[in-house]
Design a protein around this ligand. Structure first.
Ligand SMILES: [Zn+2]
Length: 83
């Protein structure tokens, strides 16, 4: 298998604050095919507010993963090896 060494650039973005603005998009909803407009911070939305009503970010998705306690596994040696 041929191989070669390439140079990979390093990108460093420091944490920073940035002011962003909402934009009003005029678009056709993918679900109801109705021309609509929607104000959003992000990219062009796909659905109107009827099909995808704006909602607060779900808190359930922020719930941290269960902390798994390492269980000591004990192997019972009651297998009869003396066959
Ligand atoms: Zn719609």
């Amino acid at each position: 298998m041929p191989s070669k060494i390439i140079q990979v650039k390093e990108y460093t973005v420091r944490a920073h604050k940035r002011e962003i603005h909402t934009r009003v998009f005029n678009f056709v909803c993918k679900q109801c095919d109705e021309p609509t407009k929607r104000e959003t911070f992000g990219p062009r939305p796909l659905y109107c507010e009827k099909c995808r009503p704006p909602q607060a970010p779900k808190k359930s998705s922020v719930v941290p993963l269960r902390k798994r306690k390492p269980r000591a596994t004990t192997y019972k040696s009651d297998v009869d090896l003396a066959n």
